[in-house]
Design a protein around this ligand. Structure first.
Ligand code: NAP
Length: 303
């Protein structure tokens, strides 16, 4: 069974190359003919792991190819996912599985609503990768991938492919809790690193702000039926800040490099959820407005 990978960016390339390395059938789906021509002019897709570089001649096609899709890995940013899936929705077979790798929340539900006949599986990844150039990915951080679906279905048989490709993974009945927890950690750390222009560890100087944000986040999580994601949030935020003290957050790096952020699916999603539940979230709303102002001042999209 072929793995169609929609989006040959950092995570899409990391998954595609590891699957291809084990001889599993993979196709890249690129946005248009220009990107396909650029890819075909290249030797293939390269993976740099532990300083070792290997290139894989993975076949590619555009979204408008007509090959049916039985298993789709959506590896676009959250703000691109809906449009990208819409372009291939007619190719999905009746029993298609669609894996959604997006960070934050909101994009997954929007995609799932668009393709009700498919089984949508949400993925929360703590692996790290970046593109050092087009069609080349550096595997930068070991982690794992938690997979699950909201109707709490059985684990799919194709998890064997991930095992074979040495893609660390766990099937979980609590994918919503994992995604909410990751989102809350992100909201407590990333926007502040952008606004204070600092590394994660420097947030120790803003401990009161972090503590108050965590208390508000925990209240929103409780109200939206995610008490497990609220439990011990501040302690975990403090652990992450200590363990990644020397790092710049992903949002800090996006802004520094003039890239669009996923704010709408992170802080934006928490604020919208709090609003819908009439749950007061003054600090989170103010943080969101400050971040939007900062992004606007940098000439970056704030949605
Ligand atoms: P990325 O490097 O920017 O890659 C996104 C890819 O999607 C790009 O290759 C882009 O194509 C492609 N794309 C966008 N619209 C498309 C369309 N309509 N049709 C086909 N392809 C399209 O992003 P990423 O870092 O892999 O992140 C993907 C998701 O994973 C994000 O939600 C991110 O937060 C999450 N995540 C990433 C990491 C990480 O370490 N990178 C870790 C955990 C979670 P072009 O190349 O043509 O622009």
């Amino acid at each position: 069974m072929c793995w169609h990978v929609l989006g040959a960016g950092s995570l899409g390339s990391l998954w595609a190359t590891r699957l291809a390395r084990e001889g599993l059938p993979v196709r890249l789906i690129l946005r248009d003919e220009a990107r396909l021509a650029a890819y075909n002019a290249h030797a293939g897709l390269a993976l740099d792991e532990n300083g070792q570089r290997q290139t894989f001649a993975i076949a590619a096609q555009t979204v408008s190819a007509d090959e049916p899709i039985r298993r789709l890995l959506v590896a676009c940013k959250a703000y691109d996912a809906e449009r990208a899936v819409a372009a291939v929705a007619h190719r999905l077979t009746d029993k298609a599985d669609v894996l959604l790798l997006q960070n934050g929340l909101g994009s997954q539900e929007a995609v799932a609503a668009m393709i009700p006949h498919a089984r949508c599986i949400f993925v929360s990844s703590t692996e790290g990768a970046y593109r050092d150039e087009d069609w080349s990915v550096v595997f930068a951080g070991q982690g794992s991938n938690w997979l699950g679906d909201t109707p709490h279905g059985a684990a799919p048989a194709w998890l064997e492919d991930l095992k074979q490709a040495v893609i660390p993974h766990q099937w979980t009945a609590d994918i919503a809790e994992r995604l909410w927890r990751k989102l809350a950690l992100n909201c407590a750390i990333n926007p502040l690193t952008v606004l204070h222009q600092c590394r994660n560890g420097e947030l120790l100087a803003h401990a009161e702000e972090v503590t108050a944000l965590c208390a508000e986040l925990a209240r929103v999580l409780q109200r939206c039926g995610q008490p497990g994601a609220a439990d011990g949030l501040l302690e975990q935020v403090q652990q992450v800040i200590a363990a990644t003290a020397g790092n710049y957050s992903s949002m800090y790096q996006d802004v520094a490099q003039g890239r669009r952020t996923e704010i709408r699916y992170l802080l934006g999603h928490v604020c919208a959820t709090a609003d819908a539940l009439d749950c007061p979230a003054p600090m989170l709303n103010q943080l969101r407005l400050r971040l939007i102002e900062h992004l606007n001042a940098q000439g970056l999209p704030s949605d």
